[in-house]
Design a protein around this ligand. Sequence first.
Ligand SMILES: NC(=O)c1ccc[n+]([C@@H]2O[C@H](COP(=O)([O-])OP(=O)(O)OC[C@H]3O[C@@H](n4cnc5c(N)ncnc54)[C@H](OP(=O)(O)O)[C@@H]3O)[C@@H](O)[C@H]2O)c1
Length: 322
Amino acid sequence: MAPKPSILQPTEVLIRVKAVAINPADYKMIDLGHRVTSWPLVPGLDGAGIIEQVGDEAGDFKIGDRVLAFFTAGDRSGSYQEYAAVQGKDVAKLPAKWSLEQASTLGVCYLTAVMALGIGLKTPLPFLEGGPTSGLQPSSVLILGGSSAVGAATIQLLRLAVPECKILATSSLRHHDHLKNYLGADGVIDRNSASLPSDVKSASPGSHGVDAIVDVVGAGRTQRDIFEALNPHGAKIYAQVWTGDDEIQAPDSVNSIMFRGRDLPQVPGNQNIVRTLAQLLEEDRYKLPLQVHHVGHGLSALEKALVLMRQGVSGEKLVVSI
Ligand SMILES: NC(=O)c1ccc[n+]([C@@H]2O[C@H](COP(=O)([O-])OP(=O)(O)OC[C@H]3O[C@@H](n4cnc5c(N)ncnc54)[C@H](OP(=O)(O)O)[C@@H]3O)[C@@H](O)[C@H]2O)c1
């Protein structure tokens, strides 16, 4: 077991982690070594807990505050442990109505959705303090993987970024109600439809096709005809989140861009990203993207949760309380 981090940098807080949310990246690090520069490593990017100690320059926190945080896999800072040291800028106080289990699911998908908009589509980010105030205002966007955590976050943030945009998303049928009536997508298309591109076109403004596709699940690797859903006279953007595999090749006529976690500094206002998330929660402008599936309690439950994650989840976030 890793020792409790004891010497804090002045800019850090020590968090007693109470809830951990599992991400696909966790098992990709553990099994495949993705993004790992040295072993041993404590995984865990998402979590929430209670402030235990505060560095002198860490910000406006006090012992006992309930917080959500962006953790970093590493011996002192990964969330798969009881105590983790995190930079104060990556921590935000949690509104009382949010449980720690719910809050633990918010970080990675929100951060990735911000990149999908700020780097992938280059839209304005009016909800982000210091974020871009101008940019592409697509009239329609297709999100491939709407029932994934990143997809559910992207639907919500795109609505805030470009309120008039027609947001279409793909998912399996059982999640259509959640995406449309809870998250606010304008249209949801069965991801298993044999006529996916034409279904999307029919649902797009004037049936011309969408201006952009945001692929958060690597769907374009196998659904090669999806590019036919783009409006040939639109921006023709294909924004893909890095899923750990090689970049997905789009046709030459398409403006393809891949983004990954380390690209966050490219987004103006990125230093305010966690604080802005807490503000959105406080103002009820951002919802829990997916239901929490509480897998169990204790570090041993993490093993069980990782087994479930490897099998693949559908429209839910796996959470373990610690
Ligand atoms: N590079 C980065 O910085 C970064 C950050 C975060 C995530 N990621 C990557 O992004 C991907 C998504 O992460 P996540 O946490 O959001 O995943 P997740 O919630 O575990 O994704 C599961 C969902 O993917 C959906 N899905 C799978 N294939 C699909 C397809 N062909 N079309 C439509 N939906 C499909 C499933 O939909 P149904 O159940 O409806 O069928 C399921 O709900 C992962 O590969 C992850 O590693 C990368």
